[in-house]
Design a protein around this ligand. Sequence first.
Ligand code: SF4
Ligand code: SF4
Length: 431
Amino acid sequence: METAAFEIKQYKDMWHELGMDVERFEKMRCVLGDVYQKAFLFQNNRPKGMGYFDWIVSEIHGGRVREILDAKKQGSPVVGTFCVYVPEELVIAAGGICLGLCGGSPGPIPDAEKVLPRNICPMVKSAYGFKVAKVCPYFQSVDFVYGETTCDAKKKTWELLDREVPTYVMEIPQMKRKRDKTLWVEEVKDFKAQMEKVTGKSITAEAVSEAVKIMNNKRRALQRLNKLQHHNPSPISGKDVLLIEQIAFYDNPVRFAEKVNALCDELDERVKKGISVAPAKTPRVLVSGTPMAMPNWKIHNIVENAGGIVVNDESCIGTRYYKDLMDENANDLDTQIEALTERYMKIDCSCFTPNNDRVDQVLKEHKESGAQGIVHYCLQFCHTYNIEAIKLKEMCEREGIPFLAIESDYSPEDVGQLQTRIEAFLEQIKG
Ligand code: SF4
Ligand code: SF4
């Protein structure tokens, strides 16, 4: 790609139709284009298959939105989400589209702070700000937002967000006992009824089976990418993998799986030929913690600019989203809902107590990825991940794994200080 020509495409008429603040959005579009160009297009030796994902970013506010609006005209419900606890299979089975709504930009935070308290996490403020400032075409396109009760900041924000856009809230249990699973099954059934209400049609077992295959294929493609990312020397940068993981939340799932698999074919070839993005001696880092919504590339950018490489993301943007498949043999609705619940209950969100499975999972991913150290990333005011970092630190001490805990927000103010800490950490793990 001719890097100088990169821009996020403009669709002014469509944005006006969506009732957006077009003048303000224009400025954000240009800033995002510049930031993307610097962070992604100037990387060395990128795989060619990244061209598709660059194109998706260039159409992020246009082509993909147009596709969604066209599908909506044909009767596809559009559901905005903020959490990987959404039973996406049911949205797809209803002929709908699931959109992970961004909350990774500092731009709309001042808008949110006019209403919300300042001392809540930047993800919630950013997301809420996108809606109230009318600067997100996806937010403007959804039929309803799916909210959940995974943390207090989100739970209470949904009540206010409901004034701006219909917000359906599902109760996510906070423990994983039998009775919690029973509650979750009921919640999943209610969500299915909500999808049926929006479409006016019943969801059939055949449609769920089809949706399960679509989602499993998407997850398999991401698992394959994750394995290739573990290779040393790495055939792809951690930043590019993060970008793909973020795009997974709003691209068409069938096309996305095809493109990820095509990229993986290329990465397989690279591995065979020894083509990499960084030499084998590059310090390898596993990032674990709170999810990084687009366009939050801060930590990956700092690690890779400082001469390290991210080889695994243990977060809801990363492995927590795709590590578990759903049983494809269930073929009646009751069994499917049971299987779906089972699959989602395996996600180790820090909202659960106890959540020791996450500690074991991080250790497992550390071993599998060949990482030399763990950077625990936590958004400011995200209490659950912040406190859970203590157990991860203890595990790392026990296992002799270098560990660095970082708490940050979306502002550029702490970049210099983080750079210094991460550079020192990379020196330490170089051995
Ligand atoms: S961290 Fe928890 S609340 Fe956030 S997306 Fe993951 S599962 Fe959902
Ligand atoms: S990052 Fe933490 S505080 Fe913010 S929404 Fe997610 S779980 Fe809640």
